[in-house]
Every structure is written in structure tokens, then in C-alpha cells.
Write a protein that binds this ligand. Structure first.
Ligand code: GRF
Length: 202
């Protein structure tokens, strides 16, 4: 499996995926790291690892459709099989999402279906939940609404700030995303008729 990671910023999840994929016998290869922002931190790190990495600057495109078309072309030209969104902050058109249906996953910093969208840690605090976490899911056109592949939870304790939760959830993201990617590459979690099907034994 040839994997592309799409990022917009810091790129710490892309680093955890690249590190995991270096393990002998990992069932996929990170072939490309793409950013919509030229200044994304994850790009330099990918190049250090010998992975092709560049930006497709969304500000250079007139609309979402033309940006997504350029993205699609870059991915197809490199024989990419699977896309991992990792802090990718652009909404993708439904045309793009449909083209990659079952072959594109995302990590979201909440226990979906709670707290879709941004600012999840503050919203978790405001809601008073005592358990919070992160979710890896297949991407569907509706934002953060796709079928769930894996989740990890953390307790929320008195005195926690949004920044505290962000740190603890991010540590779980770095553990969860590589695990989920392995499952997907092995075919142990796949999208069928809009639902995730897990292999026996999971
Ligand atoms: C992560 O919390 C991810 O779940 C969210 O954006 C953040 C990206 O962090 N979608 P990084 O760029 O991977 O460090």
C-alpha cells in the first residue's frame, strides 16, 4: 500500500505515522507527505526521512474544486492507494471524497460523534464530559461524520484546561493512528456499504 499523509501545520501525527511505517514488516509505505501550506513543519521532517514532500498552496487556486483536482492529480501520479489526513485543515469537496471513498481516513481530537469540527477540547470541558479522546474514521463528505475505525479515551480530571486535554489526547493520537493505519493496510478494517467491517479476531 502506498500511503499519502496530508497535513496543514505542525505535523506531529505525520511524524508518528512515518516512524511507525519504518518498522520492519509494516504493511504500507509512506510515499508522500503533502501540505496545503508551504510552511507546514511536517514537510521538512518527511524530507529528512527521504520521503517526497511538498505543498500545493491552496491560495493559488480559484476555488475548492480546482485545488482538489490538483491534489487528486498529484496523488494519482504517485500511485497512492490510501490517504491519511493528519491535521489537514481544508474541507474537501464531496467529489474528491467520493473518489477516495474507503481509501481516506482522518484523525479527530474527540470521541466522535461528540464534538465534530474545531475547538474540541474546550467544548468537551464546557460539556462537562469525564471521558474524552480521539477517533480515527473513514472520511465521508459530511465533516467528521465517517464510520469509526478506532478510538482512544482519556479521563478528564478536575482542574484540566483545554491545553491539558490537548496534550493528553495528542499522546493518544500518536499511539492510535499508527495502530489504525496498520489495521487498514492489513485489510482488518475496511469500509463496506458505508460501515466499517472488522476482520474476525478484532
Ligand atoms: C491533531 O490534534 C489532530 O487530531 C487534529 O489536528 C491536530 C493536528 O496536529 N485534526 P499535528 O499537526 O498532527 O501535530
Amino acid at each position: 500500500r502506498r500511503i499519502a499523509i496530508l497535513i496543514s501545520g505542525r505535523g506531529s501525527n505525520s511524524v508518528s505515522l512515518m516512524e511507525a511505517a519504518r518498522a520492519p514488516g509494516f504493511p504500507g509505505e509512506i510515499a508522500l507527505v503533502l501540505s496545503n501550506r508551504p510552511d507546514a513543519g511536517g514537510l521538512a521532517r518527511a524530507r529528512d526521512e527521504g520521503i517526497e514532500a511538498f505543498a500545493i498552496d491552496h491560495t493559488a487556486y480559484a476555488d475548492r474544486a480546482s485545488f482538489d483536482a490538483a491534489l487528486h492529480e498529484a496523488l494519482v501520479a504517485r500511485d497512492i492507494d490510501l490517504i491519511c489526513l493528519a491535521g489537514f485543515m481544508r474541507v474537501l469537496t464531496s467529489e474528491f471524497v467520493e473518489r477516495w471513498s474507503g481509501r481516506m481516513v482522518n484523525i479527530h481530537p474527540s470521541l466522535l460523534p461528540l464534538f465534530r469540527g474545531t475547538n474540541t477540547h474546550q467544548r468537551a470541558l464546557d460539556a462537562g464530559v469525564l471521558i474524552h479522546g480521539c477517533t480515527v474514521h473513514f472520511v465521508v463528505p459530511e465533516l467528521d461524520a465517517g464510520p469509526i475505525i478506532a478510538q482512544a479515551a482519556i479521563p478528564v480530571v478536575p482542574g484540566d484546561t483545554a491545553a491539558d486535554l490537548a496534550v493528553r489526547v495528542l499522546a493518544q493520537e500518536h499511539r492510535l493512528y499508527p495502530q489504525a493505519l496498520r489495521m487498514i493496510c492489513d485489510g482488518d478494517a475496511r469500509l463496506e456499504n458505508g460501515r466499517v467491517v472488522f476482520s474476525e479476531g478484532w
